[in-house]
Design a protein around this ligand. Structure first.
Ligand code: IDP
Ligand code: MG
Length: 143
């Protein structure tokens, strides 16, 4: 997901392009202005943290761009592409390392496990995602 600061800072195309160029396949995409209750559900595991209220304010401050990307090891590799949660600890070359400064304005979200990805896909795309065959498949995967 591209967070409100990523949208406001015109990073939507840049972030999508990184996943496309890597070789991952887009399965769903939409812009959304979620209710606070939806964001609270999304970040339910962090509800006990001191920064929770600020996190919800931040995430509710503007539209977000929600995406589902598919491919081999996409959850693990996608998290590497995002970089560490704190931009000060994110390697240069990662999205957070290249485009942001503070943890509370870290421009993107990525599911941290396949279980949380399944949960988050249901939460953000109850309508389902798009199944399609990419003609590039044989150029990205050996088999
Ligand atoms: P993640 O986004 O890398 O998975 P999480 O620990 O799940 O990191 O935290 C969710 C989001 O909460 C972070 O991306 C960041 O925007 C915010 N956050 C995490 N830790 C802090 C903090 O210490 N202060 C302010 N915001 C934080
Ligand atoms: Mg997380």
């Amino acid at each position: 997901m591209i967070k409100p600061d990523g949208v406001q800072r015109n990073l939507v195309g840049e972030i999508i392009a990184r996943f496309e160029k890597k070789g991952y396949k887009l399965a769903a995409l939409k812009m959304a202005r979620p209710e606070r209750s939806h964001l609270e559900e999304h970040y339910a595991d962090l509800s006990g943290k001191g920064f929770f209220a600020g996190l919800i304010d931040y995430m509710a401050s503007g539209p977000v761009v929600c995406m589902v990307w598919t491919g081999v090891n996409v959850v693990l590799e996608g998290r590497k592409m995002l970089g560490a949660t704190k931009p000060s600890e994110s390697a240069m070359g990662t999205i957070r390392g290249d485009f942001c400064v503070e943890v509370g304005r870290n421009v993107c979200h990525g599911s941290d496990s396949t279980d949380s990805a399944e949960h988050e896909i249901k939460l953000w795309f109850p309508e389902g995602v798009c199944e399609w065959d990419a003609c590039t498949n044989a150029w990205i995967y050996e088999k």
